[in-house]
Structures are given as C-alpha cells and as structure tokens.
Ligand binder design. Structure first.
Ligand SMILES: Cc1cc2nc3c(=O)[nH]c(=O)nc-3n(C[C@H](O)[C@H](O)[C@H](O)COP(=O)(O)OP(=O)(O)OC[C@H]3O[C@@H](n4cnc5c(N)ncnc54)[C@H](O)[C@@H]3O)c2cc1C
Length: 421
C-alpha cells in the first residue's frame, strides 16, 4: 500500500513524541548514546506499538522504528478486518479476547475502532465445501445460512453458486490507523520514548544488560522485544539468538469498482472457505484479494496474475462484474511453522523476547497479544487475566519448535523496574 505518509502519520510524525535518532554530531552533545531503559522494543508496527504502550505502564520503554514513519509495512497494508472465526485455535482465542479490549480502547480514544461487517464463508466446490465443514466443526459460533439468507446479507452473490454459506456475525471492520495511533499516543502519555529512522544494526549481551546499537548509538536495557515483523529472524541473528523460522508470505490486495448497480455498501465480507479469494465493500469500490501466500523476500509487490485470477473467481461467484484494478498493493504476513504467534524468550537467551508470527491476524488479536507479551516480558509469566484468554506461555514460547511443543519453559525472572532509581 502507501509508502509515503498518510495524513494520520503526518500529523503524528509532527507531534511531540517523535524524534529521529540524532546524527553523530547531535550524539556528541549526548542524548541517545547514553540512553538506558528497562525495555527496548524493535519495530513500530502494530506489534511493537501495542506492546510498547502496554509495557510503558510498568517499565521504562524505548521504541525503535527503522522507517521515517510507523505503520508502512504489514500494519499499513492489511484488509482491516476482525474475523473471530479465522486462524488456528490460539489466534481465535486471542482475537475473541481482544474484543472487549477494542471496546475499551474505543471508549478511551473516543473513536469507534470496530464497526460491524458480518463475514460469510462461502463454498462453491468440493474443496471449499470440505473446508467449510471443518470450519463449522471448529467454530461453534458459525451459523449455516441458506442461499437466500446469504444473498440477503450480500445481494451480489449468485445463489446458484452457493453450496454452503457460514455466517460469522461477530466479524467487524477495524480502524487500523486509529488503533495504531492510539497505542503510539498512549506510549507517549505513559512516558515511553519513540525514535524513527532508527534501524537496529546490532544487539549484544553484556553482564546485566542488553546493548542495542542504532547506527553509532547504543541503548542499554534490561530486556529487548523483537517485534520486527517480517525481519524478526534477521534481528534475532543480529543478537546471536537462534531464529524461530518465521516465514514472510506475500499477500496481494486490490480495490476495484463494481460495474453492477447493486447497493452493497453495508453488505458482508465474503471469503472463499478455501481462502482463494475474498472481497468486502468499501465506499464506491470493493477491497479484494486473491488470498495468495507465496514465499517472498521482504520487498512486497502485488502478484498481477493472482489478482486477475481473483477477479475471475469473484465474478463467477457474484454479479459484481469487476473489470479493472483501481489500486493494488501487497504486504507480508509472517508465519511461524505452526502458524501461531511467538511470544517470549528462548531458554538460554533470557531478556530477548520475540513478539512475532502474527500472520494474517496481527491487527485483530493485537490488544490481547500485547497484554500477553507485556506480562511475559515484565513479569516473566502470564497474569491471571491473560491466562483467562485461554493461551499459555508455553504454547507461545519460541522454544516450542526446538524442545517439543509444550516442553518450553513456562516463565522467567521478572524484569527489574528502574523507573524510580
Ligand atoms: C494484504 C494483507 C491483509 C491483511 N489483513 C489483515 C486483517 O484483515 N486483519 C488482521 O488482523 N491482520 C491482517 N493482516 C496481517 C497484519 O497486517 C499483520 O499481522 C500485522 O500488521 C503485523 O504487524 P507487525 O507490527 O508485526 O509488522 P509490521 O507492521 O511489518 O512492523 C514491523 C516493523 O519493524 C520494523 N523493523 C524491521 N527491522 C527493524 C530494525 N532492524 N530496526 C528497527 N525497526 C525494524 C519495520 O520497519 C516495520 O515497521 C494482513 C496483512 C496483509 C499483508
């Protein structure tokens, strides 16, 4: 999507919180070179911004973002959907747990972060019908619809093409920029510090501290949170910490103007149950995707062939008559081998915490995942409220891939709080 500043980023970037890491000359006057904090968070996307804001309530925090603005990578390229029936079990639990947290953030920020947009999972052939049946078994909240009920929720669907339609009535649209900006504002309010144009080049362990290098500057901290999205394993290697095997997968998205006259502004998001395409209405257009998932270097360009195939598939399933693409973009969805998020430190690398592998769900589960990560970083274990989300520190641990699924360490020592020192 956009690589430049969107209006909200511009207004944020011009606000008081933002400071670029000083040049060598400025550092000679002494600012960042001497910086210490309890936690340095690497990456200013949704993951880094959310955990930094949550941690700033408990510890001193510095957030480091390589780009001149935050949110230009995966976070700024999402489909902005909250889909509680999407993803594996841990993802679904964290997504459901995030719902009241979204509501609390909406009240605190005075904006509506979630707006109802029901989701219809659709099957039109044997493969998608099998996927729909599996979904129905795993998701008690999904409701089977008749073809007539499905077309009432999305009038452009061709009823004769529908084998199975499943309704997730708790799905929503997310105001992604609102949430991201909200976390960054809260970080500032809680006295956290953020630096743009601050690519972390090296991380070293010294007795009692981690030393994080940004250009010629070093930040000394008690813990590091690696929330670098598609770059988490690269950042881990810079710290001499074994990578977790997070794989960035490219996903294309596009907008297109329907030729059909049907009024669909308020209609449902419709997704092929096999994830071969999805679309949802926007003002004057639809946002759609071939739901592609190809291996990718960290330079995401939309796949034109996949987009053309998605247009054909959506036109077969609907009367939208999509012809041309108004705007296309691509972003990276980064998955751990088991497609669940990765939170915590490796057994022999205490204080270097991953917050990674959010895949295609990093916005919808961000509020709960940030609280889980803040607990693990600051307290070394999950609080009772985070345990109530239905996930454990063990199942999220990066050690699950090397020591057996649930053999990972359950926690570590709490991080000292130096704010009063
Ligand atoms: C097309 C598409 C549609 C999607 N739709 C949805 C959706 O509807 N709902 C949903 O929940 N999720 C969706 N997602 C997934 C979601 O966008 C991601 O899971 C989420 O944005 C990941 O956030 P992040 O902060 O981990 O990564 P990013 O936003 O990529 O942030 C990582 C940051 O780390 C910084 N960084 C990297 N290396 C360094 C370094 N060395 N030093 C300092 N900074 C560094 C980068 O500059 C970047 O800003 C979608 C993704 C795509 C691509």
């Amino acid at each position: 999507m956009a690589t430049g500043r969107s209006p909200w980023q511009a207004s944020f970037a011009d606000s008081l919180l933002v400071a670029a890491v000083p040049t060598a000359g400025a550092a000679a006057g002494g600012s960042v070179t001497k910086m210490t904090c309890d936690v340095a968070v690497i990456g200013g996307g949704m993951a880094g911004a959310s955990v930094a804001a949550e941690l700033a309530q408990r510890r001193s925090v510095v957030l480091l973002e390589a780009e001149p603005v935050a949110g230009v990578h995966s976070t700024g390229r999402s489909a902005a959907s909250y889909l509680p029936s999407y993803g594996g079990q841990a993802v679904r639990r964290l997504t459901v747990a995030s719902r009241p947290l979204f509501d609390a953030w909406s009240s605190a920020l005075g904006i509506e972060l979630l707006r109802p947009r029901p989701l219809i999972w659709l099957s039109s052939d044997a493969a998608s019908d099998e996927a729909a049946a599996r979904m129905l078994r795993e998701n008690v909240s999904l409701q089977s619809l008749t073809a007539a009920e499905a077309t009432a929720l999305c009038p452009v669907l061709r009823p004769e093409r529908i084998l199975t339609a499943l309704l997730d009535s708790s799905a929503m649209d997310i105001d992604v920029a609102g949430l991201h900006h909200g976390y960054l504002s809260e970080l500032k309010r809680r006295r956290g510090r953020m630096f743009y144009k601050a690519p972390v080049t090296q991380i070293r362990r010294s007795p009692g501290a981690w030393l994080v290098t940004v250009g010629e500057h070093t930040i000394s901290c008690g813990a590091v949170v690696n929330a670098a999205g598609a770059w988490v394993d690269e950042v881990a290697e810079r710290a001499d910490v074994p990578p977790v095997g997070v794989q960035p997968k490219l996903r294309s998205a596009f907008t297109s103007k329907p030729q059909s006259d049907a009024a669909i502004a308020g209609s449902a998001l419709v997704a092929d149950a096999c994830e071969r395409w999805y679309f949802k209405p926007q003002v004057g257009s639809v946002l759609a995707s071939p739901a592609d998932e190809s291996d990718s270097p960290c330079d995401a360009r939309p796949d034109e062939l996949a987009i053309a195939q998605a247009i054909d598939a959506i036109n077969e399933a609907t009367t939208l008559r999509l012809r041309s693409v108004m705007r296309a973009w691509a972003g990276l969805r980064s998955f751990a081998p088991d497609r669940s998020p990765v939170v915590g430190a490796r057994r022999d690398h205490e204080g270097f915490c991953f917050l990674a592998g959010q895949g295609g769900y990093g916005i919808q589960m961000a509020p709960a995942l940030a609280l889980v990560a803040a607990d693990i970083v600051a307290e070394g274990t999950l609080s009772a409220s985070a345990r109530a989300y239905g996930v454990t520190a063990e199942e999220l641990s990066p050690d699950r891939f090397t020591t057996g699924r649930f053999a990972a360490s359950a926690g570590s020592r709490p991080l000292p709080d130096t704010r009063q020192a």
